[in-house]
Ligand binder design. Structure first.
Ligand code: C2E
Ligand code: CA
Ligand code: CA
Ligand code: CA
Length: 279
């Protein structure tokens, strides 16, 4: 019995070591990732539910690590936030996404809205509004084609500072959405203060449509809230036609999810754009 316990402990320790080693590897190679051009931006289409048209896309960063392969943002973004590297990575993603959206304006003759995720750290950073303004100027993307996705925690972190930065950017025409809406702790009275255009229903609620009464009720309530506050509502993580039908019936404006497309590399997104005939 002693040996078995010892063996299990040994196994546990190896697992721990492996996790710690991987984290160290990620942390140290993250420092060179930008200079080595290892990041890519993938795009997931956002569809208008009423017309079936592609109205925009969310930019999602990918990291091609030389040894680990593709590292998920869920794995490295939290580390980049801790170390502060998110400032440079976030700025790179923003510029790349705006440049690409501007290029699709010219190619496809369409004016799609590109949604870019922004971390709390980026907002706290003194010159975030200036950075965004610079990127828009450099890339030539009209401000109304940029939407910044922030979470409730960003807003609740330093509400007075955040609201002033948002208002400054809003004046340029930049749009804002609340990501993962319903999973955070913001109060409605707080939300009202912020210049928000869109609520994104978290995929944990979308998944429950038709399966779980609570999740279905939350989805219905968020759509109704959006209507009464005159906000756009976009559902994330739409994987089934049942979910799509429910959302359309309840007047949800947009959807995003594997049902239509996974996040794809730019060339594949460009192909989607040129082939896409609304159903
Ligand atoms: P998020 O912003 O909530 O992005 C949605 C995530 O759901 C993406 O994962 C997307 O690939 C995935 N997804 C989309 N449709 C479906 C679906 O139908 N089913 C399922 N199961 N999943 C779906 P991804 O790309 O791995 O990104 C994970 C998270 O990493 C993002 O969650 C976001 O919080 C963060 N992230 C990604 N790119 C960036 C970035 O450039 N900056 C920052 N700050 N965070 C980023
Ligand atoms: Ca997002
Ligand atoms: Ca989300
Ligand atoms: Ca999320």
């Amino acid at each position: 019995a002693k040996a078995a316990v010892g063996g299990r402990f040994q196994f546990f320790r190896e697992e721990m070591n492996q996790a710690a080693t991987e984290r160290l590897l990620i942390e140290s190679s993250l420092r060179q990732a930008l200079a080595r051009n290892e990041f890519r931006v993938f795009y997931q289409p956002q569809l208008d539910l009423a017309s079936g048209r592609i109205k925009g896309m969310e930019a999602l960063v990918r990291w091609r690590h030389p040894e680990l392969g593709i590292v998920s943002p869920a794995r490295f973004i939290p580390i980049a936030e801790e170390t502060g590297q998110i400032i440079d990575i976030g700025k790179w993603v923003l510029r790349e996404a705006c440049r690409q959206a501007r290029e699709w304006n010219a190619d496809a003759g369409s004016a799609l809205v590109v949604a870019v995720n922004v971390s709390a750290k980026q907002f706290e950073h003194g010159c975030f509004a200036t950075q965004v303004r610079q990127v828009l100027e450099e890339t030539g993307l009209p401000a109304h084609q940029l939407e910044l996705e922030i979470t409730e925690s960003v807003i609740m972190d330093r509400p007075d500072h955040v609201v002033s930065v948002m208002k400054e950017l809003r004046e340029l025409g930049v749009r804002f959405s609340i990501d993962d809406f319903g999973t955070g702790y913001s109060s409605l009275s707080q939300l009202k203060r912020f210049p928000i255009d869109t609520l994104k229903i978290d995929q944990s609620f979308t998944r429950d449509i038709g399966l779980d009464e609570g999740g279905t009720a939350i989805t219905r309530a968020v759509i109704a809230l959006g209507h009464s506050l005159r906000l756009q509502v976009v559902a994330e993580g739409v994987e089934t036609t049942e979910q799509q039908r429910f959302l359309a019936q309840h007047g949800c404006h947009g959807m995003q999810g594997y049902l239509f497309s996974r996040p794809v590399e730019p060339a594949a997104f460009g192909a989607l754009l040129s082939m896409h005939v609304p159903s």
